[in-house]
Design a protein around this ligand. Sequence first.
Ligand code: FAD
Length: 469
Amino acid sequence: MALLHHDARRTGLRARSLGEYAPRAARRRLHEDLIQAGIVTSVAVVIALYIADGGLSRITGIGDAVGALGIAAGLVGTDLVLIMLLLAARTPFVDRTIGHDRAMAIHGSLGKPAFLLIVAHVVLLLASYAMASGADLVTEAVAMWSLPDMPLAVLGFALMGVVVVTSLVAVRRRFRYEVWHLVHLSAYAAALAALPHQFSLGGMFAEGTWQRWFWMAAIAAVLAALLVFRFAMPVVQTLRHRLEVIGIEPLADGVVSIVMTGRRLDALAARGGQFFIWRFLAGGQWWQAHPYSLSEAPRPDRLRITVRALGDGSASLARIRPGTRVAIEGPYGVFTDDARTSERIAFIGAGIGVTPIRSMLEDARFRPGQATVVLRSPDDAPPYLFDEIAGLCRAKGATCITVPGPRGRSGWLTDAADAAGHSLVGFVPDARDTDLYICGPRDWADHVVADAAAAGVPEERIHRERFDW
Ligand SMILES: Cc1cc2nc3c(=O)[nH]c(=O)nc-3n(C[C@H](O)[C@H](O)[C@H](O)COP(=O)(O)OP(=O)(O)OC[C@H]3O[C@@H](n4cnc5c(N)ncnc54)[C@H](O)[C@@H]3O)c2cc1C
């Protein structure tokens, strides 16, 4: 373990006072609560509108009750699908509040319940119609096929089933990311195919009802968010900023930094620690887009990423040529100074996870002596970008600690550090009052987070960037 320096010279950098962090953190918490409340409220509104439009008054027997349950399940399931699409739309409000990875985690967690509700919708309505007509379920299903827009709805249902099954972790791992992503995108087609039958069947969304207005507004809002933020904005940004590769700098075996220039990059309002989804428009590469964090603070005429070869997409970037144009989506993520809750800050990184730490360290405001950087590496080779990180620590008065060696019992430190009784608190003395920014391999980061939680660091002070989705 090497404590490199603790340079507390005055650097003239202005740190924010605690008074500046507290209201921002409170505002973020409020926005997060609003998102959660919005999800619950939308479900309540959907049920309330169904009841208000006479959903329950139409129940005269057991068959109708089963049918009403089926309709309610379909409405809530559709509502959840719209929420999932909205969470995936990369709206600035959601991204700035909970970050893209949390948004996608919630998106993922809603997938199964939404699908099960729609399965319940199909089964309960079939049962209800069969009870009314006295036919068996198969005969009833065949009869329903001829209802308006029903074949489209069945196609949507089947597509949704494929999306849900291919998203189960065990199944997903069998596919290349790009194949899985392509299949996943058919969720848009599934949602679109299922919509017409809601309006054409049974007068449920009859003209003049609140239900009709609510659903039309909800669908329009989600479509608009997707079109604007998912499709139009990236095209506009790419055309406007005209990013192009100007340099490729080999850093270590299988690791390169790619430097890009472009027009008015300050207008992107990117922060150190954020990531973009990059598409390098060169033969053999244009068809895949990958997320990479900025590895230095963004400048008005320059962005840089540092990439470790992990698969074919990342490996191919070592062969990229200067002059290659780059399409972007972003900036995304809340691994930034904006998420701070405290004057004290610590960065804990391992492997290629140092990239957002390097750029955020440059961007972050703190007084000398208020920041700590802990870098883990599996052997004596210096961590990636170490010279730059050490230089920034010297200039800004941060403590920089490197801990080389294979992982020990703690799961994130070394055997020697574990034997000496080191833990997070040893490296970051005021850990409870410190914002921790953690990035590294998933299970390694899990151990750091567990150590932080055991040390009593509040959840809102633990900021983690995940490199896996
Ligand atoms: C927010 C974020 C920031 C990242 N920043 C960096 C960085 O600064 N430097 C760096 O070297 N790596 C970074 N990564 C990881 C990098 O995106 C993957 O290593 C890269 O996408 C792998 O692609 P591949 O074709 O080389 O490998 P593959 O063999 O195709 O995939 C390897 C792994 O990466 C995942 N992956 C592949 N494509 C994507 C994608 N488009 N979106 C999400 N996951 C994908 C796969 O699911 C798989 O687990 C970051 C990832 C995320 C999510």
